[in-house]
Design a protein around this ligand. Structure first.
Ligand SMILES: *[C@@H]1O[C@H](CO)[C@@H](O)[C@H](O)[C@H]1NC(C)=O
Ligand SMILES: *[C@@H]1O[C@H](CO)[C@@H](O)[C@H](O)[C@H]1NC(C)=O
Ligand SMILES: *[C@@H]1O[C@H](CO)[C@@H](O)[C@H](O)[C@H]1NC(C)=O
Ligand SMILES: *[C@@H]1O[C@H](CO)[C@@H](O)[C@H](O)[C@H]1NC(C)=O
Ligand SMILES: *[C@@H]1O[C@H](CO)[C@@H](O)[C@H](O)[C@H]1NC(C)=O
Ligand SMILES: *[C@@H]1O[C@H](CO)[C@@H](O)[C@H](O)[C@H]1NC(C)=O
Ligand SMILES: *[C@@H]1O[C@H](CO)[C@@H](O)[C@H](O)[C@H]1NC(C)=O
Length: 768
């Protein structure tokens, strides 16, 4: 019982679905605009009238599509162009369903006519816009002693523009049978029912019928003949139709309609008359008839003949329109839809497609594989590049090493190594590491010569690393010169060269780091000058004089510094002077006069005699030292454009003041306060003698050093009068000369690196 009930309910449900889907086209009001204007009638009874059809001139596309809505009938009747062709449905896919009378002829037993309507006729406009569908309709003849004709006019197939050609057509069908048993349900092959297709492009149909024996022979079961054109799907033959068709007046028939009479291409050339107005519509050629039709693109729905006719279909709302496995995963897009797959699945998510498959997609795997391959390739390429670069760098380093006189220096340094002090040759890597790859934050000084970086060696030693700014062979020469000079000096008042690096394009020099700035800063920086006592000033002067004297006289080959200035004298934490920047210095063999056009030294400190002779001698260093001494005494800038022209140079100012006996007016405050007047005058006298215009009349550096030493000691221990000469000597000899240098060899190196002959350099106080 229960089972049957369920079956019945199922059947009912199915029937209801079928019924609702059949009536949906005309029963539910259209979702989209179908008429051209709001005022146009788009409904007549329950028949919708979409554009291009219309009931008035403003509403139809062409007079061929004029329909009339006759409200006099109930339900109201729609007919085509005031004709008797009754429309039951207008479809936008290019078909019209109409009702048409059938032709019949019934006989009495004696063969006379009982009733007849022997002819029917369909007359469409010759405009080619509307034709009888040759695919949907069949010419049907029913009876057991019947023949039927169908004839009329059809448009000619090879129509050329400007011609309106049509011609007659004529065809027919015979239906016969001898007994009722000959008839078969659903079969229309001549026994009681004959069906034939009709030609294309038919616009006029005449139907006529007749009987051979007036149904005499079959009168017992068949008394009527019928002939009609019918929508094939709407008619299925049944033996009973021999009699029951008599009560049927009209049967459905299908007409085709199309726009214009050109092809799509021809129509598109005239945009104003082109009927596919909607952007989401397309034009297509119908099977039957001339002209063209429009349709909405897939995913859109509505009236393609209206500008706003085609609307996106939300396929996700209707399970019939989408085939997503999970309707919740359906995403509507404009013109289409998309089925997603749950996480971890891939595929198109469609029932009739690939569905959803567990795992990642092949494309994903392929992409992953390819990207992995590319990464590996890139890594290999990177490694190759780096390796090549490394090799090139090594080669460059070797080249620079040679170019920078590495072999020679190495030899020299290896000799020094025999003595206890070691000069190291650093590798480029070590220097880079020490300076954090020449980080800007590590710069402690900049000047005409280049850049000085602070560096940290692995043993936590702080060093200063001097790097030439330009790639100038002259500059490289200076660096090499400095290495050679410094490699011969080992004095506590000279900045110590710890090593060098020759693997870079420009050689790098590594010095001990002197942490307390330059003498220049201590004199001219107000904050520092305040704490720079006279005692300390004198000590620095004495130490500087001492080391210069040592360079001039004690070494076997005299060395002229050639750029003595306060900026080149560094001070350590105990304010011990450390002379630096031997870049311009020269080994000065006693037996050789130096001929050089190279201007070194700094304006304000430069020996005036040099201007005439172009020759820098030991006495030039004496002059420069004199200027430093004056600087210490007065705290004034060596060159100042604030002073009158003849007193711009500190030396000339000092000399003129000395001449006028007004020394105490220009002495620095601290000096004035702390200094012993007598001692100050003596120091000033030393300075004056150093500044003598004629080099020959200047004292030697040794004399200056002894004088200052004496003054210093005299101040400290005024009671010590004798024996201080020995002490001075001892002090002088404290700086020890490493005696490993052979004169001949050094001569040659000095010449070898004198590559800056034709350069003029005036370094403007750019010291460290
Ligand atoms: C609609 O039609 C009526 C009568 O035919 C007319 O009076 C009215 O102006 C029309 N409205 C529009 C918007 O065309
Ligand atoms: C249209 O209306 C008529 C009369 O009310 C009705 O018989 C017919 O079934 C309707 N057609 C459709 C398709 O609903
Ligand atoms: C069809 O019938 C009409 C009216 O009876 C007639 O004028 C026309 O000539 C007929 N057509 C043909 C092809 O005979
Ligand atoms: C139609 O075309 C065929 C072949 O092109 C030609 O033979 C025939 O005469 C044409 N018919 C008309 C009516 O022009
Ligand atoms: C033909 O006969 C069958 C069976 O009686 C009937 O259902 C059908 O409606 C008839 N066809 C027409 C067009 O009347
Ligand atoms: C079809 O072409 C003919 C001849 O050019 C023309 O007279 C007629 O108006 C056209 N029909 C339509 C619907 O454009
Ligand atoms: C284009 O169509 C419009 C309206 O149908 C008509 O007035 C016009 O003459 C046509 N233009 C051409 C070039 O055919």
């Amino acid at each position: 019982m229960g089972f049957l009930q369920i079956q019945l309910m199922n059947l009912l449900a199915i029937l209801m679905i079928i019924a609702s889907s059949k009536s949906s086209l005309s029963a539910t009001p259209p979702k989209f605009p179908i008429a051209l204007k709001p005022n146009c009638t788009d409904q007549c009874g329950n028949i919708s009238i979409p554009y291009p059809f219309g009931t008035t001139e403003e509403c139809y596309q062409s007079p061929d599509f004029l329909v009339t809505c006759n409200q006099a009938f109930n339900p109201p009747k729609v007919s085509l162009r005031n004709s008797n062709i009754e429309i039951t449905e207008i479809k936008l896919d290019g078909q019209l369903r109409v009702l048409k009378l059938i032709a019949y002829h019934c006989y009495n037993q004696d063969g006379t006519s009982a009733s007849d309507y022997k002819k029917t006729r369909i007359q469409l406009a010759r405009s080619r816009s509307i034709t009888v569908s040759n695919t949907a309709n069949k010419f049907t003849v029913i009876g057991c002693d019947t023949y039927g004709y169908i004839f009329g006019r059809r448009l000619d197939k090879n129509y050329t523009k400007g011609q309106q050609l049509d011609r007659n057509y004529r065809t027919g069908c015979i239906a016969m049978c001898s007994t009722k048993d000959d008839l078969t349900e659903g079969s229309c092959t001549g026994s009681g029912c004959c069906q034939i297709p009709i030609p294309e492009q038919v616009w006029q149909v005449n139907i006529s019928l007749g009987s051979f024996q007036n149904h005499n022979n079959v009168w017992s079961f068949d008394r009527c003949s019928y002939a009609f054109l019918v929508e094939e799907s709407a008619f299925s033959f049944s033996p009973e139709n021999l009699t029951n068709l008599r009560n049927v007046k009209k049967l459905p028939m299908v007409l085709d309609w199309a726009i214009g009479n050109g092809t799509c291409e021809e129509a598109q050339m005239n945009a104003s008359s082109y009927a596919c107005k909607n952007v989401n519509s397309k034009c297509y050629k119908p099977n039957n008839g001339y002209g063209y039709r429009c349709s909405c693109l897939e995913g859109y729905q509505g009236n393609p003949y209206l500008i706003d006719g085609c609307k996106d279909v939300n396929e996700c709302e209707d399970p019939h329109l989408n085939n997503c496995i999970d309707i919740k995963q359906c995403k509507n897009t404009i013109g289409s839809f998309h089925c997603a797959c749950p996480r971890g699945y891939h595929g198109d998510g469609r029932k009739d497609g690939r569905g959803c498959i567990h795992g990642e997609s092949l494309a994903f795997k392929l992409a992953a594989g390819i990207s992995l391959g590319i990464i590996v390739l890139l890594l290999v390429a990177c490694w190759l590049h780096l390796e090549l670069k490394r090799r090139k760098q090594t080669k460059m380093r070797q080249m620079f090493f040679l170019q920078n006189g590495g072999v020679l220096l190495q030899e020299k340094i290896s000799r020094r190594e025999r003595s206890s002090d070691t000069t190291t040759i650093f590798s480029e890597l070590e220097v880079q590491k020490a300076t954090n790859n020449f980080d800007n934050n590590m710069i402690i000084g900049k000047g005409g010569f280049g850049i000085v970086y602070k560096g940290f060696l692995p043993n936590n030693r702080i060093v200063a690393i001097k790097k030439s700014k330009e790639v100038d062979p002259g500059q490289i020469g200076q660096f090499i010169n400095e290495v050679i000079i410094l490699s011969q000096i080992n004095h506590r008042n000279v900045v110590k060269l710890l090593g060098c690096c020759l693997e870079t394009q420009v050689p790098l020099l590594v010095y001990e780091f002197i942490n307390n700035g330059t003498l220049f800063e201590h004199i001219h920086n107000e904050a520092k000058a305040r704490f720079f006592s006279w005692e300390m000033r004198l000590k620095v002067a004495a130490e500087t004089a001492n080391v210069l004297a040592y360079l001039h006289s004690v070494a076997s080959i005299p060395i002229i510094h050639r750029d003595v200035k306060s900026a080149n004298i560094l001070l350590d934490h105990t304010l011990t002077a450390k002379v630096s920047d031997f870049g311009a210095s020269r080994l000065f063999p006693l037996d050789q006069t130096q001929l050089s056009t190279l201007v070194h030294g700094t304006l304000g400190y430069l020996d005036p005699e040099y201007m005439q002779t172009n020759l820098l001698t030991e006495k030039s260093d004496v002059y420069s030292f004199g200027v430093v001494l004056v600087e210490l005494l007065t705290g004034k800038k060596v060159l100042s454009f604030d002073r009158p022209e003849d007193e711009r140079g500190l030396a000339s100012l000092f000399l003129s003041v000395m001449k006028k006996d007004r020394l105490f007016e220009i002495l620095e405050e601290n000096v004035m306060r702390e200094g012993n007047k007598k001692q100050l005058v003596k120091v000033a006298m030393v300075a004056k003698s150093c500044l003598h215009v004629k080099g020959d009349e200047r004292p030697s550096m040794k004399e200056v050093a002894m004088e200052l030493e004496g003054l210093m000691l005299g101040e400290k221990h005024p009671w010590v009068q004798t024996g201080h000469d020995e002490e001075v000597k001892g002090f002088l000899l404290e700086g020890e000369f490493s005696g490993a240098i052979n004169v001949g060899e050094d001569n040659s190196t000095s010449i070898g690196f004198d590559s800056a002959k034709d350069h003029v350099m005036l370094s403007m106080g750019g010291g460290r």
